[in-house]
Design a protein around this ligand. Structure first.
Ligand code: ADP
Ligand code: MG
Length: 244
């Protein structure tokens, strides 16, 4: 039985007069991998940021595992920890070592002891293939390695769902696959994932569903096979013709 994990209901988001999300409804089940695709400015990042409450919503509800995200205050940090987020730009702390980048959240938010946090962080860094870099600073790593550290850092919070916002867009081409391979293995292990990406190979290999956004709306949803071979809307057809 499908169990909903992320439920976005009737969400509207305005930036001043600008209507960035128009009545967005999206349910992501436990273990499901959803790829969000669409032209620049269509609201993909805004959707991710509202799910993680980095942005407040104008109206509607967002639930994670049956609990509504509070708008602010107590409980927000804990609930936010359930939603791991990986950005295009890695956002590692430049003055902290790789290991410290991964242990910081677990020690501060999850209250883990340093030794335990370090043991778990090292295991996660090994898992994403950068365990040997643990004592280095982010700037000493390649972009692909830094992004894998960012994934380990998010996983260290034991999130229920992982959001990826164009995780490979800032990478040199030869580093894209090393990041996508980590994401594919996470998907295979059953992680619930929402991934904004234009990497069709990833979508075909790992996604259960593709969600196409344009102008702040979800225009269509389909399996990757259906969407890439038989897009329904003119906007999706137009978008795909420019992507290839
Ligand atoms: P995408 O990720 O699909 O490229 P975004 O979610 O970043 O799109 O942006 C959607 C629209 O919202 C864009 O037109 C963008 O200019 C606008 N927007 C995003 N963030 C802000 C903001 N902080 N203030 C005003 N407008 C914004
Ligand atoms: Mg974006």
């Amino acid at each position: 039985m499908a169990e909903p994990l992320v439920v976005v209901q009737d969400v509207q988001k305005h930036y001043g007069d600008f209507h960035a999300l128009k009545d967005v409804n999206l349910t992501v089940d436990k273990g499901e991998v959803v790829v969000v695709i669409g032209p620049s400015g269509s609201g993909k990042s805004t959707l991710c940021r509202t799910i993680n409450r980095l942005e407040t919503i104008t109206s509607g509800t967002i639930m994670i595992d049956g609990k509504e995200l509070p708008k602010e205050g107590k409980g927000l940090a804990e609930l936010r920890a359930e939603v791991g987020m990986v950005f295009q730009s890695f956002n590692l702390f430049a003055h902290l070592t790789i290991l410290e980048n991964v242990t910081l959240g677990p020690m501060k938010v999850r209250g883990m002891k340093k030794a335990d946090a370090e043991k778990e962080a090292q295991a996660l860094l090994d898992r994403v293939g950068v365990g040997h870099q643990a004592s280095k600073l982010p700037a000493q790593l390649s972009g692909g390695q830094q992004q894998r550290v960012a994934i380990a850092r998010a996983l260290a919070m034991h999130p229920k769902v992982m959001l990826f916002d164009e995780p490979t867009s800032a990478l040199d081409p030869e580093m894209i696959n090393e990041v996508l391979d980590v994401m594919i293995s996470l998907a295979k292990e059953g992680m619930t994932m929402i991934v904004v990406t234009h990497e069709m190979g990833f979508a075909r290999k790992a996604a259960n569903r593709v969600v196409f956004m344009a102008d702040g709306q979800i225009v269509e949803e389909a399996t990757p096979e259906e969407f890439f071979t038989h897009p329904k809307s003119d906007r999706a057809k137009d978008f795909l013709s420019k992507l290839i």
